[in-house]
Design a binder for this molecule. Structure first.
Ligand code: BDP
Length: 595
């Protein structure tokens, strides 16, 4: 899915800003009055999560619907074009009305969607109403549970328990745009560039194409110099002397695409891409034929004030810190990040494991240990299979051209040891591979409940990504013992899958910034550093380990519970991005790896 870009033939209007907002107790009334101006709407910034903008526990933890509204003006000039309304995302379910008429719905909180509204808009002012539902249950990704609680003498209370360890921020988390195209338009572009300079392209066109339909593509270098031109909706080419895209030299090229339709007008779109190869050989992940050891983090797209939202300041700052640490990669745990983040990673040379929002697919386990249900019943209980397919399709379609994306993660910590796991994931892994012309490696990130003896999905994965908390959730405070357990498990997985690269997807310890102890006790900065050292020694002793992603880049907000003190504190940085002591250990370790 193409990002809204201004080109010679397209105009883009950013609808970010202050919208009207209201929590909803009666969704039917909103549907009925969607064409009327909101009564008692309060100002709400878009993009942002609505939750922490105003004080009040009831406000933040509201379960159900909320409504966003604003007007926008369409000019006579715009009316001559095709007009599209595009959402970067809406968490988790949205219904949209234009001037009172429902124009569509979308399910899934972290991927873009759009509607053509040419016939629905009028010249002058238009009223846009968006109702969002924030409930996570056994049919959504991520998963959660809705529970009705009863207390003596009180009204019944509905609560939504997330089956995951991050705060359920909701709303219009990403930008909203209007854009125009000619009546014959480029609807999709797929590029596959290799490190040897060969490439293929596929251009999809829609609308009033007629016999006159013509497509021309031009490959441009970073300075805009034309290197190649070709015709047709698909084709292949080869360039001499390209600079492959890499961490050290994230060199981007552009495919300029022109389409002529029946009215003789031209639509233009320029998509950036890189020439690079990702392959797997002998327990190694190779970037452009050379082994790359992944060092970095799982990272949440969140911070103070905005909650989980597109924030160019925070994302640039975080990638700067990643580089400062000597890291080269991160996982978009536990949902696709914003499109702007992917563009920045392309540009800054950061390798991304692109994760779907499939987290909490385990009715018997959550990180916080409080929400377990039926420990045997996950794959009989969940109703996510079809939605999971759609999400994988949307995610690959959105991110397929980004050189920074080196692998797809289909899920985080599902009940991969339970009966039914293989049957659930096998078609999803196959689909993901089929959808991606670059055939990137695919993985499923597994938890410690899924051992070398019990895991049912290891063979489906191109590389194994394991989350382990020995020394924290068990063997706490006993790092030599924890390291011994970790090593035995890694060896077990290697015996089972001797050709597959193995990496840690998560390992970490909650650490209160500023808390110190000579004996490196739990929760202190010293313990986190010792924990990182103990794990590093294990990795260095096993040649098939191909990466280490620490949990987590920065402290983040979670649902309130007795295992979390003001959120998850496993960050190597605090939530306001100050380093804890372990940052310096990892910086030295990782920076030294390039030498
Ligand atoms: C893992 C989850 C992650 C949690 C982490 C933790 O994948 O989302 O935040 O544990 O407990 O189980 O800190």
């Amino acid at each position: 899915m193409l990002y809204p870009k201004m080109t010679e033939s397209r105009q883009v209007f950013d609808l970010s800003g202050i919208w009207d907002f209201s929590l909803v107790s009666d969704p039917e009334a909103v549907r009925e009055h969607a064409g009327e101006t909101l009564k008692k709407g309060i100002p709400m910034p878009v993009p942002s999560a609505y939750n922490e903008i105003y004080p009040g526990r009831e406000f933040a933890d509201h379960v159900g619907e909320m409504v966003y509204q604003r007007t926008f003006v369409v000019t006579e000039q715009m009316k001559k074009e095709r007009i599209v309304l595009r959402f970067g995302s809406a968490a988790h379910r949205a219904q949209i009305w234009l001037n009172g008429r429902c124009i569509g719905r979308h399910k899934g909180g972290f991927l873009p969607f759009s509607f053509e509204i040419t016939g629905d808009v009028r010249t002058g002012e238009n009223l846009l109403t968006v109702m969002i539902n924030n409930i996570v249950d056994y049919s959504t990704l991520p998963c959660g549970r809705v529970v009705t609680e009863e207390y003596p003498g009180m009204q019944k209370k509905t609560v939504n328990l997330p089956n995951f360890d991050f705060y359920n921020y909701a709303g219009l988390l990403r930008p909203v745009w209007l854009y125009t195209t000619p009546k014959a338009w480029i609807s999709d572009i797929t590029i596959n560039g290799h490190a040897d300079g060969s490439f293929t392209w596929q251009v999809d066109a829609e609308g009033e194409l007629g016999e006159e339909k013509k497509i021309r593509i031009t490959v441009l270098d970073e300075t805009g110099k034309e290197l190649f031109s070709g015709e047709g909706e698909n084709g292949a080419g080869k360039l001499d002397q390209i600079r492959p895209w890499s961490v050290e030299d994230p060199c981007l090229y552009a495919l300029r695409t022109e389409l002529w339709g029946s009215d003789g007008r031209r639509d233009v779109y320029t998509e950036e891409f890189g020439f690079r190869d990702i392959t797997i050989e002998n327990c190694r992940i190779l970037l452009n034929g050379r082994p790359v050891y992944l060092r970095g983090f799982g990272r949440h797209e969140e911070g103070p004030f905005r909650g989980r939202s597109t924030d160019p300041v925070l994302m640039t700052k975080d990638l700067g810190l990643l580089k400062w640490m000597g890291a080269n990669s991160f996982r978009t745990s536990h949902y696709p990040n914003s499109e702007e983040m992917m563009q920045l990673c392309d540009r800054m040379g950061i390798l991304v494991i692109d994760e779907s929002p499939a987290v909490g697919l385990n009715t018997g386990f959550t990180a916080t240990g409080l929400l377990g249900g039926d420990p045997e019943g996950t794959w009989k209980t969940l109703k996510t299979a079809e939605h999971h397919r759609t999400v994988m399709e949307e995610m690959v379609k959105r991110d397929k051209n980004h050189p920074c994306v080196i692998a797809w993660s289909v899920a985080n910590e599902p009940a991969s040891q339970e009966e039914g796991a293989r049957e659930y994931f096998e078609p999803l892994v196959r689909l993901t591979k089929e959808l991606d012309v670059q055939r990137r490696p695919v993985t499923i990130v597994t938890y410690e409940g899924s051992t070398p003896d019990t895991c049912r999905v290891a063979e489906l994965c191109d590389f194994l990504m394991l989350n382990r908390y020995r020394g924290w959730y068990d063997t706490e405070g006993q790092l030599p013992e924890a390291a011994a357990k970790l090593k035995a498990e890694l060896e077990g997985f290697h015996r089972r899958c001797p050709d597959k690269p193995v990496m840690l997807g998560e390992y970490g310890a909650d650490t209160i910034a500023g808390l110190h102890d000579l004996n490196a006790r739990l929760f202190t900065e010293e313990y986190q550093t010792e924990f990182m050292k103990a794990y590093s020694e294990v990795f260095d002793s096993l040649p098939y380990i191909t990466g280490e992603h620490v949990w987590v880049f920065a402290d983040f907000a979670t649902a309130e519970n007795i295992k979390r003190v003001d959120g998850n504190k496993k960050g190597i940085f605090t939530r306001d991005r100050r380093p804890k002591q372990a940052a310096y250990f990892l910086k030295e370790r990782w920076s030294g790896m390039d030498k």
